[in-house]
Design a protein. Structure first.
Length: 91
């Protein structure tokens, strides 16, 4: 096991609340369950932040298409025709 992996395991074995650090192994079972729930919640929040970032990319693309459709309808129509011909007329 590498030193980095050992350090990671050691940091996971400690729980810090405010300025106080606790050994995970010394926690009660209910406290350990709360730690697990907290970690799960944090993982879900990270996943949702990633999903929001992807949605933001999509939203920006839609805004760019809307801007083109409003400001230059001919170019937008050509873009639409190019996209529909590239998918084999399916869609």
């Amino acid at each position: 096991m590498s030193e980095e992996q050992q350090a990671s395991q050691q940091s996971q074995a400690k729980i810090k609340l405010g300025d106080t650090e606790y050994d995970f192994s010394s926690l009660s079972d209910p406290a350990k369950q709360l730690v697990a729930a907290l970690r799960s919640s944090e993982a879900e929040m990270k996943s949702l932040r990633n999903q929001m970032a992807l949605m933001d990319v999509g939203r920006r693309a839609l805004v760019a298409q809307l801007r083109l459709a409003v400001e230059n309808p001919e170019a937008f129509a050509k873009l639409q025709n190019t996209e529909s011909s590239s998918d084999g007329g399916q869609g």
